[in-house]
Design a protein around this ligand. Structure first.
Ligand code: CA2
Length: 138
């Protein structure tokens, strides 16, 4: 089982800014925890602040890996291109969000990713990623 976690813009700041919204753990530390928790899964992690790089990564792994766990961050609410990429690949994509976007500003209630996603997990903090991985394990 080979899974790719893809994080979008500003998620490199996790654990470093706005801990009241996004917690105080860096994604690197959390990723190490996930690797320990799921030794049977080949887990990889990619983060970019650049829309084209994120689309490139979805295309690169999207015909080969068993699953993609995608937090497109702000591009969730703006990117037709990322939504199209998710629909174009054969690898199933689970959309995740740390916060409950439906409890936040109205512009965060729209997702261009969801129509192409296998499912959506949001509002469980970093645990959203853990739950997404579990969803691939059946
Ligand atoms: O809740 C989520 O996971 C989001 O995808 C996070 C995005 C936001 O635009 C989405 O609406 C919901 C923002 C990621 C920014 O991450 C930061 C982390 C630490 C400090 C500042 C920003």
């Amino acid at each position: 089982m080979k899974l790719m976690i893809i994080n979008g813009p500003n998620l490199n700041l996790l654990g470093k800014r706005e801990p009241e919204v996004y917690g105080s753990t860096t994604f690197e530390d959390y990723f190490a925890e996930l690797q320990q928790k799921f030794p049977q899964v080949e887990l990889e992690y990619f983060q970019s602040n650049i829309e084209g790089e994120l689309i490139g990564k979805i295309q690169e792994v999207g015909f080969d890996y068993d699953g993609i766990v995608l937090n497109a961050a702000a591009y969730t609410h703006t990117s037709v291109g990322m939504g199209d990429a998710v629909k174009a690949v054969s690898t199933p994509v689970v959309e995740v969000h740390i916060s409950n976007t439906h409890q936040r500003e109205e512009y965060r209630h729209v997702s261009y990713i969801s129509p192409g996603a296998k499912g959506v997990i949001l509002g469980f903090g970093l645990q959203s990623y853990d739950l997404a991985i579990q969803s691939f394990l059946g």
